[in-house]
Ligand binder design. Structure first.
Ligand SMILES: O=C(O)COP(=O)(O)O
Length: 223
């Protein structure tokens, strides 16, 4: 299964796929760490910390000897409080994403977003950077909902969109995304402009890799 005009929808990951959120995340978590009397990390280091939600982000950013649940939760809360005011200071869509999304929106292809970022921030980001109604469904992390790589939220989204998984391309930048899409049974495309390398994407199930957003059109029979 590779090229097909049969796909009817694309579900995108957010951080590292549609939006370059790295700087604002790094600044906010470094602020939280400094508040605990700890040093921050270079923004590059956050490429490996982001991907499994804000609790895991805090856990990975903390030194090993400070990873007790109380400190992690405190650090997460302090990160979220700062990020609340700084989530769009430097955040931007990746080069070529607005053009891709506009082209798909003007076609028959439907779109959705599935992220491990807290749901509230996912909606704020989508509202800030994309036109209203661009995406049929937008889902972030919410209490009681399993996060990626658990495929159940993706499966539920597709049911609500009345789509079969065979009609869907799932696009992301991490192994977590690749595993999510594969477990659900979607065609899985990894992007190389995000937070992880090609080895991880292939190892975790990417069926294709793209290096620029417009390359996705090929897999949708639109190039
Ligand atoms: O915030 C995270 O941990 C990851 O977010 P993402 O799923 O949009 O990459």
């Amino acid at each position: 299964m590779t090229l097909s005009a049969a796909y009817k929808a694309v579900i995108f990951d957010l951080d590292g796929t549609l939006l370059d959120t790295l700087t604002d995340i790094a600044t906010s978590m470094n602020h939280a760490l400094n508040g605990l009397g700890l040093p921050g990390h270079e923004p590059e280091a956050y490429k490996l910390f982001v991907g499994e939600g804000s609790y895991k982000l805090a856990e990975r950013a903390l030194p090993e000897d400070r990873r007790d649940p109380e400190t992690i939760s405190f650090c997460e809360a302090s990160f979220l409080a700062f990020y609340e005011k700084h989530w769009r200071d430097a955040t931007q869509p990746y080069h070529g994403i607005p053009e891709l999304v506009t082209r798909l929106h003007g076609s028959q292809i439907r779109m959705g977003v599935l992220s491990n970022k807290p749901d509230d921030f996912v909606h704020r980001c989508v509202d800030a950077f994309f036109l209203r109604d661009t995406f049929d469904m937008v889902r972030g992390a919410a209490p009681g909902m399993p996060k990626k790589p658990n495929p159940s939220t993706l499966t539920t989204m597709l049911e609500r969109m009345a789509l079969s998984v065979r009609q869907v391309v799932f696009v992301g930048d991490t192994g977590i995304d690749m595993r999510t899409g594969r477990s659900a049974g979607a065609f899985v495309v990894g992007v190389t402009w995000g937070f992880r390398d090609e080895d991880e994407l292939y190892r975790d199930g990417a069926e294709a890799l793209i290096h620029q957003p417009r390359e996705l059109l090929r897999y949708l029979g639109m190039s």
